[in-house]
Design a protein. Structure first.
Length: 446
């Protein structure tokens, strides 16, 4: 195991102490209580109508979760009570996600279908328009001339800064105009199914520390669902959550010793959004330490390429305008993503600030590349940590970014302990000379 995944490191010890305090219930209580405050502040102060609507519903959901966690902590004084056990914590987490993400999705989708025009963020509309164009023209993208012909106030919505696969979530709306064809409903469905697959993958893999692993899996699922930045994003926009869930599943499959399937999962994410591509690169380096780089790369690179080829053949200029020029700040309009992170502040306040921010971003990417070449990750946990810290650095240094993007590094970093506690016993993945634990099972190298 690498130093990054070593539970004896100071950072890991501190996290473990916090995570396991009172059987995990102390952090549950802190999470739900802080989320209640966040949702209430959002409901009272947000300038975005979908966010205010989310906050109004989510405040109640998080408050009930806080009450439930408090009850569980009190019940813990009576040994053996099921209220304080791991199954009860799973139940609270599931009900909290239903109340703070799924219920707001249904509520806002129904209101939107009834005529409310302020119950969805722009990305929902963009994805649904992309689905309609894909169904009609074979490409989800408008060309630069078509975007220029739109009224100035509509040009931003003419861009689709996603990979072609994202348009699939807009196809239901292109066929039927109903609340259940809102793209957020389908984002949530794919996210839920993917997270179920993640849990099943990790819980069925061999592990000498199954109870600790299962508790760590719960914490990782909480980070991808009930964490306010995730619940808010899914309920109001949603396009990032399927991408995140597929990346997490890819890492879980890597931990379970299934590099080919890990490549397919991260490749599916990469066919939706560019954010998954760095995860794919790091996973391929991990697979190289297992002599499985080709198996992983076939899915990780092959699926995004297959998604790009049809739209490239239909309209190359439209693809370049939407997928490259606009995200790089060279489109007809500027992206509204302007959270006050260091990269944005540098770009806006310093002379030649955009060049300075770009240089810092390139330097961070170069440092990670050197790390991968000199010491590639040998465990899925180390892979998750590199992806998490790398994406965090990129988000902080990009001139145009969003606060919501922090859901990626948060979930990746919280997943790492669960991956570190997963031990596959796959002779096809680990050579016969690999070290074994006292029970005779093969363990990962490194």
């Amino acid at each position: 195991m690498t130093a990054h995944a070593d539970p004896a490191t100071p950072v890991s010890r501190r996290w473990s102490a916090l995570d396991t305090a009172a059987g995990g219930l102390a952090l549950d209580l802190g999470l739900y209580a802080a989320a209640t405050v966040f949702a209430a502040i959002t409901a009272a102060t947000s300038t975005l109508p979908p966010h205010r609507a989310w906050g109004t519903v989510a405040t109640i959901g998080y408050a009930l979760a806080t009450l439930a966690a408090t009850t569980q902590l009190l019940a813990r004084r009576h040994p053996g009570t099921p209220l304080a056990g791991l199954p009860a914590r799973w139940t609270v987490a599931g009900l909290t996600w239903a109340a703070t993400a799924l219920l707001p999705i249904v509520t806002q989708s129904v209101e939107r279908a009834g005529g409310r025009t302020d119950r969805a963020q722009e990305e929902v509309i963009v994805v649904e328009h992309a689905g309609a164009r894909l169904a009609e023209h074979g490409t989800p993208y408008l060309g630069p001339d078509a975007i220029a012909a739109l009224p100035p106030g509509e040009q931003l919505l003419g861009y689709t800064p996603y990979q072609p696969g994202m348009a699939l979530f807009g196809l239901p709306r292109a066929a039927v105009d109903a609340w259940w064809t809102d793209s957020r409903v389908w984002f949530a469905l794919v996210t839920a199914l993917t997270l179920v697959a993640l849990v099943a993958t990790l819980r069925t893999s061999g592990s000498p520390s199954a109870p600790r692993r299962d508790a760590a899996v719960l914490r990782a699922v909480q980070a991808a669902t009930v964490l306010p930045v995730c619940a808010l994003t899914l309920a109001t926009g949603g396009d990032d959550l399927p991408v995140l869930a597929l990346c997490l599943l890819a890492l879980a499959l890597a931990a379970a010793g299934r590099p080919g399937r890990a490549g397919l999962a991260v490749g599916a994410a990469g066919a939706l959004k560019l954010f998954a591509w760095p995860v794919a690169v790091v996973l391929i380096f991990w697979a190289a330490t297992r002599r499985a780089a080709l198996r992983t790369a076939l899915g990780a690179i092959g699926l995004p390429v297959l998604a790009l080829i049809p739209v490239l053949l239909v309209d190359r200029d439209a693809l370049v305008e939407n997928v490259l020029r606009f995200p790089l700040g060279h489109g007809l309009v500027t992206s509204p993503a302007q959270s006050p992170f260091p990269g944005h502040l540098i770009a806006e306040t310093l002379p030649a600030g955009r060049a300075v921010a770009a240089a810092l971003l390139v330097a961070a990417g170069g440092a990670i590349a050197v790390r991968l070449l000199r010491r590639p990750p040998r465990t899925a946990a180390a892979t998750a940590l590199i992806c998490g810290y790398g994406l965090l650095a990129a988000i902080l240094l990009m001139p145009s970014t969003r606060f919501g993007y922090l859901l990626y590094p948060a979930a990746l970093l919280v997943l790492a302990p669960a991956l570190a506690l997963t031990r596959p016993d796959d002779p096809a993945t680990f050579p016969a000379t690999a070290p074994r634990d006292p029970a005779g099972r093969r363990t990962p190298e490194g």
